[in-house]
Design a binder for this molecule. Structure first.
Ligand SMILES: NC(=O)c1ccc[n+]([C@@H]2O[C@H](COP(=O)([O-])OP(=O)(O)OC[C@H]3O[C@@H](n4cnc5c(N)ncnc54)[C@H](OP(=O)(O)O)[C@@H]3O)[C@@H](O)[C@H]2O)c1
Length: 268
Protein backbone atom coordinates (compact mmCIF):
# COMPACT_ATOMS: atom_id res chain seq x y z
CA UNK A 1 0.00 0.00 0.00
CA UNK A 2 2.69 2.42 1.03
CA UNK A 3 4.68 1.57 -2.08
CA UNK A 4 1.73 1.65 -4.34
CA UNK A 5 0.61 5.01 -2.95
CA UNK A 6 3.84 6.44 -1.62
CA UNK A 7 2.28 9.75 -0.87
CA UNK A 8 -0.58 8.19 1.13
CA UNK A 9 1.48 7.15 4.15
CA UNK A 10 2.79 10.68 4.34
CA UNK A 11 -0.59 12.10 3.87
CA UNK A 12 -2.13 11.99 7.29
CA UNK A 13 0.50 14.10 9.06
CA UNK A 14 -0.26 16.86 6.60
CA UNK A 15 -3.31 16.69 4.35
CA UNK A 16 -1.65 19.18 2.06
CA UNK A 17 0.85 16.51 1.18
CA UNK A 18 -1.82 13.93 0.58
CA UNK A 19 -2.89 15.30 -2.77
CA UNK A 20 0.60 15.73 -4.15
CA UNK A 21 1.18 12.16 -3.10
CA UNK A 22 -2.00 10.98 -4.87
CA UNK A 23 -1.09 12.56 -8.13
CA UNK A 24 2.37 11.09 -8.01
CA UNK A 25 0.89 7.65 -7.33
CA UNK A 26 -1.38 8.01 -10.42
CA UNK A 27 0.66 10.22 -12.67
CA UNK A 28 -1.57 9.61 -15.66
CA UNK A 29 -4.84 10.52 -13.86
CA UNK A 30 -4.68 14.25 -14.25
CA UNK A 31 -3.95 13.82 -17.96
CA UNK A 32 -6.69 11.26 -18.48
CA UNK A 33 -9.45 13.72 -19.40
CA UNK A 34 -7.35 15.78 -21.82
CA UNK A 35 -6.40 12.46 -23.41
CA UNK A 36 -10.10 11.52 -23.81
CA UNK A 37 -10.89 14.80 -25.51
CA UNK A 38 -8.03 14.23 -27.93
CA UNK A 39 -9.34 10.75 -28.66
CA UNK A 40 -12.87 12.13 -29.29
CA UNK A 41 -12.17 15.76 -30.12
CA UNK A 42 -15.58 16.59 -31.47
CA UNK A 43 -17.73 14.61 -29.07
CA UNK A 44 -19.04 17.43 -26.96
CA UNK A 45 -19.59 19.70 -29.92
CA UNK A 46 -21.31 17.11 -32.11
CA UNK A 47 -23.81 15.69 -29.64
CA UNK A 48 -24.28 18.10 -26.77
CA UNK A 49 -27.44 17.59 -24.75
CA UNK A 50 -29.91 20.09 -26.16
CA UNK A 51 -31.58 22.59 -23.89
CA UNK A 52 -35.13 23.15 -25.10
CA UNK A 53 -37.64 25.83 -24.17
CA UNK A 54 -41.22 24.76 -24.86
CA UNK A 55 -44.32 26.92 -25.16
CA UNK A 56 -47.79 25.35 -25.22
CA UNK A 57 -46.69 22.22 -23.34
CA UNK A 58 -50.22 21.76 -21.96
CA UNK A 59 -51.79 21.66 -25.44
CA UNK A 60 -52.15 18.74 -27.80
CA UNK A 61 -49.10 19.44 -29.95
CA UNK A 62 -47.06 20.61 -26.95
CA UNK A 63 -47.85 17.51 -24.87
CA UNK A 64 -46.57 15.39 -27.74
CA UNK A 65 -43.38 17.45 -28.04
CA UNK A 66 -42.81 17.34 -24.31
CA UNK A 67 -43.15 13.56 -24.28
CA UNK A 68 -40.60 13.13 -27.05
CA UNK A 69 -38.18 15.60 -25.43
CA UNK A 70 -38.32 13.77 -22.11
CA UNK A 71 -37.70 10.45 -23.85
CA UNK A 72 -34.89 11.62 -26.13
CA UNK A 73 -31.36 11.17 -24.77
CA UNK A 74 -30.16 14.06 -26.95
CA UNK A 75 -32.38 16.44 -24.98
CA UNK A 76 -30.76 17.45 -21.72
CA UNK A 77 -33.36 19.78 -20.25
CA UNK A 78 -36.79 21.19 -21.07
CA UNK A 79 -38.11 24.45 -19.72
CA UNK A 80 -41.88 24.66 -20.18
CA UNK A 81 -43.25 28.19 -20.08
CA UNK A 82 -47.03 28.44 -19.87
CA UNK A 83 -49.93 30.12 -18.16
CA UNK A 84 -50.77 26.83 -16.43
CA UNK A 85 -48.54 23.99 -15.18
CA UNK A 86 -48.24 20.74 -17.12
CA UNK A 87 -48.84 18.62 -14.02
CA UNK A 88 -45.87 16.46 -14.99
CA UNK A 89 -42.74 15.69 -13.01
CA UNK A 90 -39.50 14.60 -14.60
CA UNK A 91 -35.83 15.07 -13.84
CA UNK A 92 -35.32 16.92 -17.15
CA UNK A 93 -38.36 19.19 -16.80
CA UNK A 94 -38.51 22.65 -15.26
CA UNK A 95 -41.50 24.95 -15.53
CA UNK A 96 -42.27 28.62 -15.33
CA UNK A 97 -45.89 29.67 -14.98
CA UNK A 98 -46.08 33.07 -16.60
CA UNK A 99 -49.07 35.33 -17.12
CA UNK A 100 -48.05 37.87 -19.73
CA UNK A 101 -46.91 36.49 -23.07
CA UNK A 102 -46.19 39.94 -24.44
CA UNK A 103 -43.72 40.88 -21.70
CA UNK A 104 -41.00 38.59 -20.37
CA UNK A 105 -38.96 41.18 -18.48
CA UNK A 106 -39.72 39.57 -15.09
CA UNK A 107 -38.33 36.16 -16.17
CA UNK A 108 -35.78 37.13 -18.83
CA UNK A 109 -32.82 35.92 -16.80
CA UNK A 110 -34.26 32.39 -16.97
CA UNK A 111 -34.79 32.39 -20.73
CA UNK A 112 -31.14 32.48 -21.85
CA UNK A 113 -28.84 29.57 -22.65
CA UNK A 114 -31.23 27.51 -24.78
CA UNK A 115 -30.45 25.67 -28.02
CA UNK A 116 -33.98 25.50 -29.37
CA UNK A 117 -37.52 26.73 -28.82
CA UNK A 118 -40.50 24.58 -29.74
CA UNK A 119 -43.37 27.02 -29.98
CA UNK A 120 -46.59 24.98 -29.79
CA UNK A 121 -48.74 27.66 -28.18
CA UNK A 122 -51.66 28.48 -30.46
CA UNK A 123 -55.43 28.55 -30.80
CA UNK A 124 -58.06 27.54 -33.30
CA UNK A 125 -59.60 30.48 -35.14
CA UNK A 126 -63.07 28.90 -35.07
CA UNK A 127 -65.55 31.40 -33.67
CA UNK A 128 -62.90 34.06 -33.17
CA UNK A 129 -62.67 37.54 -34.70
CA UNK A 130 -59.54 38.59 -36.60
CA UNK A 131 -58.31 41.04 -33.96
CA UNK A 132 -58.40 38.47 -31.16
CA UNK A 133 -56.95 35.73 -33.34
CA UNK A 134 -54.15 38.02 -34.50
CA UNK A 135 -53.37 38.94 -30.89
CA UNK A 136 -53.18 35.29 -29.78
CA UNK A 137 -51.34 34.13 -32.87
CA UNK A 138 -49.13 36.93 -34.21
CA UNK A 139 -48.58 39.26 -31.22
CA UNK A 140 -47.83 36.55 -28.64
CA UNK A 141 -45.61 34.54 -30.98
CA UNK A 142 -43.56 37.50 -32.21
CA UNK A 143 -43.18 39.02 -28.72
CA UNK A 144 -41.88 35.68 -27.46
CA UNK A 145 -39.63 35.01 -30.44
CA UNK A 146 -38.13 38.50 -30.45
CA UNK A 147 -37.21 38.16 -26.78
CA UNK A 148 -35.72 34.69 -27.28
CA UNK A 149 -33.70 35.72 -30.36
CA UNK A 150 -32.14 38.55 -28.36
CA UNK A 151 -31.30 36.29 -25.42
CA UNK A 152 -30.24 33.21 -27.44
CA UNK A 153 -28.36 34.13 -30.63
CA UNK A 154 -27.60 30.47 -31.42
CA UNK A 155 -31.19 29.31 -31.04
CA UNK A 156 -33.22 27.21 -33.48
CA UNK A 157 -36.89 28.26 -33.38
CA UNK A 158 -39.68 25.96 -34.53
CA UNK A 159 -43.23 27.22 -34.91
CA UNK A 160 -46.40 25.20 -35.41
CA UNK A 161 -48.66 26.91 -37.91
CA UNK A 162 -50.76 24.60 -40.08
CA UNK A 163 -51.41 23.24 -43.57
CA UNK A 164 -52.83 25.94 -45.83
CA UNK A 165 -50.95 28.80 -44.21
CA UNK A 166 -50.90 31.72 -46.65
CA UNK A 167 -47.38 33.03 -47.17
CA UNK A 168 -48.68 35.86 -49.39
CA UNK A 169 -50.61 37.29 -46.39
CA UNK A 170 -53.19 38.45 -48.97
CA UNK A 171 -55.63 35.55 -49.28
CA UNK A 172 -59.28 35.42 -48.24
CA UNK A 173 -58.89 32.99 -45.35
CA UNK A 174 -58.30 34.97 -42.16
CA UNK A 175 -56.41 32.38 -40.09
CA UNK A 176 -54.16 31.49 -43.03
CA UNK A 177 -53.23 35.15 -43.61
CA UNK A 178 -52.44 35.71 -39.93
CA UNK A 179 -50.34 32.55 -39.70
CA UNK A 180 -48.63 33.50 -42.98
CA UNK A 181 -47.59 36.88 -41.56
CA UNK A 182 -46.50 35.20 -38.34
CA UNK A 183 -44.31 32.74 -40.25
CA UNK A 184 -42.87 35.43 -42.53
CA UNK A 185 -41.89 37.69 -39.63
CA UNK A 186 -40.46 34.81 -37.60
CA UNK A 187 -38.23 33.94 -40.55
CA UNK A 188 -36.77 37.48 -40.45
CA UNK A 189 -35.60 37.21 -36.83
CA UNK A 190 -31.90 36.62 -36.14
CA UNK A 191 -32.16 32.99 -35.04
CA UNK A 192 -29.53 30.45 -36.01
CA UNK A 193 -32.41 28.87 -37.95
CA UNK A 194 -36.21 28.94 -37.89
CA UNK A 195 -38.56 26.21 -39.10
CA UNK A 196 -42.25 26.49 -39.76
CA UNK A 197 -44.18 23.27 -39.17
CA UNK A 198 -47.40 23.02 -41.18
CA UNK A 199 -49.16 19.85 -40.09
CA UNK A 200 -52.59 19.06 -41.53
CA UNK A 201 -54.41 16.57 -39.28
CA UNK A 202 -52.56 15.40 -36.19
CA UNK A 203 -53.46 12.15 -34.51
CA UNK A 204 -52.94 12.41 -30.75
CA UNK A 205 -51.02 9.41 -29.41
CA UNK A 206 -49.88 8.17 -26.00
CA UNK A 207 -52.73 9.76 -24.05
CA UNK A 208 -52.21 13.25 -25.49
CA UNK A 209 -55.37 15.37 -25.50
CA UNK A 210 -56.43 18.63 -27.13
CA UNK A 211 -57.23 21.55 -24.84
CA UNK A 212 -59.98 22.51 -27.25
CA UNK A 213 -63.04 20.37 -26.38
CA UNK A 214 -64.55 20.16 -29.87
CA UNK A 215 -61.21 19.23 -31.40
CA UNK A 216 -60.76 16.52 -28.77
CA UNK A 217 -64.28 15.20 -29.47
CA UNK A 218 -63.48 14.91 -33.18
CA UNK A 219 -60.21 13.12 -32.52
CA UNK A 220 -61.90 10.61 -30.22
CA UNK A 221 -64.78 9.94 -32.62
CA UNK A 222 -62.52 9.63 -35.65
CA UNK A 223 -59.63 7.77 -33.99
CA UNK A 224 -59.73 4.63 -36.21
CA UNK A 225 -59.95 6.68 -39.40
CA UNK A 226 -57.15 9.01 -38.29
CA UNK A 227 -54.99 6.06 -37.43
CA UNK A 228 -55.54 4.64 -40.93
CA UNK A 229 -54.88 8.01 -42.58
CA UNK A 230 -51.69 8.52 -40.59
CA UNK A 231 -50.40 5.32 -42.16
CA UNK A 232 -51.58 5.72 -45.75
CA UNK A 233 -51.80 9.50 -46.27
CA UNK A 234 -48.77 11.23 -44.73
CA UNK A 235 -49.56 14.30 -46.81
CA UNK A 236 -52.72 14.87 -44.78
CA UNK A 237 -52.02 13.28 -41.44
CA UNK A 238 -49.27 13.09 -38.91
CA UNK A 239 -49.13 12.22 -35.21
CA UNK A 240 -48.13 14.08 -32.07
CA UNK A 241 -45.19 11.70 -31.82
CA UNK A 242 -43.98 12.46 -35.34
CA UNK A 243 -44.28 16.21 -34.80
CA UNK A 244 -42.26 16.00 -31.60
CA UNK A 245 -39.62 13.73 -33.12
CA UNK A 246 -39.31 15.98 -36.17
CA UNK A 247 -38.89 19.10 -34.02
CA UNK A 248 -36.03 17.49 -32.13
CA UNK A 249 -34.40 16.30 -35.33
CA UNK A 250 -34.52 19.62 -37.16
CA UNK A 251 -33.28 21.42 -34.04
CA UNK A 252 -30.36 19.03 -33.84
CA UNK A 253 -29.52 18.42 -37.51
CA UNK A 254 -31.19 21.25 -39.43
CA UNK A 255 -33.42 20.84 -42.49
CA UNK A 256 -32.91 21.93 -46.11
CA UNK A 257 -35.95 24.24 -46.18
CA UNK A 258 -37.64 26.46 -43.61
CA UNK A 259 -41.23 25.29 -44.16
CA UNK A 260 -42.15 21.68 -43.38
CA UNK A 261 -45.47 20.38 -44.64
CA UNK A 262 -47.09 17.26 -43.22
CA UNK A 263 -45.21 14.88 -45.55
CA UNK A 264 -41.91 16.56 -44.62
CA UNK A 265 -42.68 16.22 -40.91
CA UNK A 266 -43.35 12.51 -41.40
CA UNK A 267 -40.20 12.03 -43.46
CA UNK A 268 -37.69 13.94 -41.31
N1 LIG B 1 -54.39 20.01 -33.21
C1 LIG B 1 -54.26 19.94 -34.54
O1 LIG B 1 -54.74 19.00 -35.17
C2 LIG B 1 -53.45 20.98 -35.25
C3 LIG B 1 -53.25 20.84 -36.62
C4 LIG B 1 -52.51 21.80 -37.29
C5 LIG B 1 -52.00 22.88 -36.60
N2 LIG B 1 -52.21 23.02 -35.26
C6 LIG B 1 -51.67 24.19 -34.59
O2 LIG B 1 -50.88 23.80 -33.51
C7 LIG B 1 -50.94 24.80 -32.48
C8 LIG B 1 -51.27 24.13 -31.16
O3 LIG B 1 -52.51 23.47 -31.32
P1 LIG B 1 -53.05 22.42 -30.25
O4 LIG B 1 -53.95 21.50 -30.98
O5 LIG B 1 -51.94 21.87 -29.46
O6 LIG B 1 -53.94 23.37 -29.33
P2 LIG B 1 -54.53 23.11 -27.87
O7 LIG B 1 -54.58 21.68 -27.53
O8 LIG B 1 -55.80 23.89 -27.82
O9 LIG B 1 -53.44 23.80 -26.91
C9 LIG B 1 -53.19 25.17 -27.00
C10 LIG B 1 -51.96 25.53 -26.18
O10 LIG B 1 -51.76 26.95 -26.27
C11 LIG B 1 -51.87 27.53 -24.97
N3 LIG B 1 -52.59 28.80 -25.05
C12 LIG B 1 -53.74 29.03 -25.71
N4 LIG B 1 -54.10 30.32 -25.54
C13 LIG B 1 -53.16 30.89 -24.74
C14 LIG B 1 -52.97 32.21 -24.20
N5 LIG B 1 -53.85 33.19 -24.44
N6 LIG B 1 -51.92 32.43 -23.43
C15 LIG B 1 -51.02 31.44 -23.17
N7 LIG B 1 -51.14 30.17 -23.64
C16 LIG B 1 -52.20 29.92 -24.42
C17 LIG B 1 -52.66 26.52 -24.15
O11 LIG B 1 -52.37 26.75 -22.79
P3 LIG B 1 -53.45 26.44 -21.61
O12 LIG B 1 -53.27 24.99 -21.28
O13 LIG B 1 -53.04 27.33 -20.51
O14 LIG B 1 -54.80 26.73 -22.17
C18 LIG B 1 -52.12 25.21 -24.69
O15 LIG B 1 -50.86 24.92 -24.14
C19 LIG B 1 -51.98 25.81 -32.92
O16 LIG B 1 -51.33 26.92 -33.49
C20 LIG B 1 -52.76 25.06 -33.97
O17 LIG B 1 -53.33 25.92 -34.95
C21 LIG B 1 -52.93 22.09 -34.58
Amino acid sequence: MSEAHPGMSEAHPGMSEAHPGMSEAHPGMSEAHPGMNEAHPGMNEVHPGMKIILFGATGMVGQGCLRECLLDPDVETVLAVGRSPTGQRHAKLREIVHGNFLDYSAIESQLAGFDACFFCLGVSSVGMGEERYRHLTYDITLATATTLARLNPGMVFTYVSGAGTDSTEQGRVMWARVKGKTENDLLKLPFKAAYMFRPAGIQPLHGVKSKTPWVQAIYVAAAPLLSYLARVAPKYMTTTEQVGRAMIKVARDGYPKPVLESADINAV
